[in-house]
Design a protein around this ligand. Structure first.
Ligand SMILES: *Cc1c(COP(=O)(O)O)cnc(C)c1O
Length: 461
């Protein structure tokens, strides 16, 4: 009797997840429903839809980390409900954050006798906005002190910059002086920068690991140029290094490129913890060589969370998990761990680069490659192009973007493979063999089939 009664009280969705047929009611999915649904049904419906996304592990397009150790995953879940900005309530999280800043400043050779400062951000984009603002305000304060016009700030950068630099210039009203690329050169040189410098230059932005080819700008030579400029004109123009993707690679490589705080004019550096810092998306870092670079009027003191807290960020509330995860990697891997991972990734990318260089169909772009990124182009005239190769590779599961190179070289369509720690040599060999199959298939395809052209596609991050 009891058994029968309890069965009668069961609702249809208690019996089976799909029995309620919520999945057919598409109207409730894009506007909020009156009465909601059971947790397991909601979870299942969302999971079913998310399954149509690509598999992060197979994504060779992105620099962003797609795998962490299970222990890191545990820590991430444990700190999901801690608001990072509540330093008073969660002082331990703040301690880990400060340790990360300290570790990075040391790795970047910040001089001990100067007061370096730094902060975790959502990513390099936020870090770059903050760095640019600090340089703009410093320049303006300096100009005002000298009684000079401070209405026309400019920033010098290459057209090889990531989109966040264009955003910085537009959002914060700074004139961008953009150096175009050449067909065989995708980095900027000191000679490119020289004619653009003037008294209104707030900063020169250089890149360690460009999004397009994984190369680096002439940072050391530009530093030298800025030292000369300081001597001749008295303009103390800061050099910023956007080390979003290349920073964590160079730090742990033996054949070190000179780019960090050892160079006198390098005053600020950003890195993406969620790229080769090997943490999931949601963490970037900004380090200033000396706290005097940040004008006081940009730092806000808040006390509504208890205690007095200086803040220099764009966002307020955010999760703590990725800060904890970054600290986990530092503790877990140490210098040797990071170095080994970096060496493995470089070895796999060198293997790929060599194979593609020897391949009669492809050429590899860039001679100043400093990170495990391989950018290549299709040689010769064919009835198909790099976009078609990208599309065909998808059938084999590989996500390899095709994109046009920056201004002045935009008719060159490149393919790019970003090697991450979980991309092994075996996978690289599988990839090359699938690439050959794709070429064979396209060679044999009908010459007259019109190709769908997908120009104007943005480069993935
Ligand atoms: C990825 C990238 C950025 C943007 O960084 P996010 O962490 O994605 O905000 C900026 N500059 C370079 C060179 C990059 O590779």
């Amino acid at each position: 009797m009891i058994h029968k009664k309890s069965q009668k009280n069961l609702s249809i969705e208690d019996i089976s997840t799909y029995a309620g047929r919520y999945d057919l009611d598409d109207i409730t999915l894009s506007s909020i429903s009156e009465c909601g649904m059971p947790a397991k049904v909601a979870k299942q419906l969302i999971e079913d839809e998310l399954n149509l996304d690509g598999t992060p592990i197979l994504n060779l397009a992105s620099f962003v980390t797609t795998w962490m150790e299970p222990e890191a995953n545990d820590l991430i879940v444990q700190s999901l409900n801690k608001n990072f900005i509540d330093h008073d309530e969660y002082p331990q999280v703040e301690k880990l954050h400060e340790r990360c800043v300290h570790i990075l400043a040391e790795l970047l050779n910040a001089p001990e006798n100067q007061n370096y400062v730094g902060t975790g951000t959502i990513g390099s984009s936020e870090a770059i906005m903050l760095a640019g603002l600090a340089h703009k305000f410093s320049w303006r304060n300096q100009r005002k002190k000298q009684g000079k016009d401070a209405s026309k700030p400019n920033i010098i950068m290459g057209s090889n910059v990531q989109i966040c630099w264009d955003k910085f210039a537009r959002y914060f009203d700074v004139e961008p002086k953009i150096i175009p690329m050449h067909k065989d050169r995708y980095h900027i040189t000191a000679e490119d920068v020289r004619p653009l410098i003037d008294e209104n230059t707030i900063c020169v932005a250089t890149i360690l690991g460009t999004t397009f080819t994984g190369e680096y700008d002439e940072i050391e030579e530009i530093n030298q140029l800025l030292l000369e400029t300081k001597k001749h004109y008295g303009w103390d123009i800061p050099l910023h290094v956007d080390a979003a993707s290349g920073g964590f690679i160079s730090i742990f490589q033996d054949d070190k490129i000179k780019w960090d705080f050892q160079l006198e004019q390098v005053k600020s550096i950003n890195l993406s913890g969620h790229k080769y810092g090997l943490v999931y998306p949601g963490i970037g870092w900004l380090i200033f060589k000396d706290e005097s670079v940040i004008p006081n009027d940009l730092v806000f003191n808040v006390n509504y969370l208890g205690g007095n807290m200086p803040t220099y960020t764009l966002n307020f509330s955010r999760g703590s998990s990725m800060v904890v995860a970054q600290y986990y990697n530092f503790l877990r891997l140490g210098k040797q761990g990071y170095t080994r991972i970096v060496n493995n990734m470089m070895a796999v990318s060198n293997y790929l680069s060599q194979a593609l260089t020897q391949h009669d169909r492809f050429s590899v772009l860039g001679t100043r490659r400093m990170e495990p990124v391989v950018t290549f182009v299709l040689n010769g005239k064919h009835h198909y192009d790099a976009y078609d190769i990208s599309e065909q590779l998808r059938i084999y599961g590989w996500v390899v973007p095709a994109y046009s190179m920056p201004e002045n070289a935009q008719d060159i369509i490149a393919l790019r493979v970003v090697v991450k720690e979980n991309f092994s040599l075996t996978l690289a060999q599988d990839f090359l063999s699938d690439l050959d199959k794709v070429i064979k298939k396209l060679d044999n395809s009908d010459n007259n089939t019109p190709q769908t052209h997908r120009h104007g596609k943005n480069i993935p991050h």
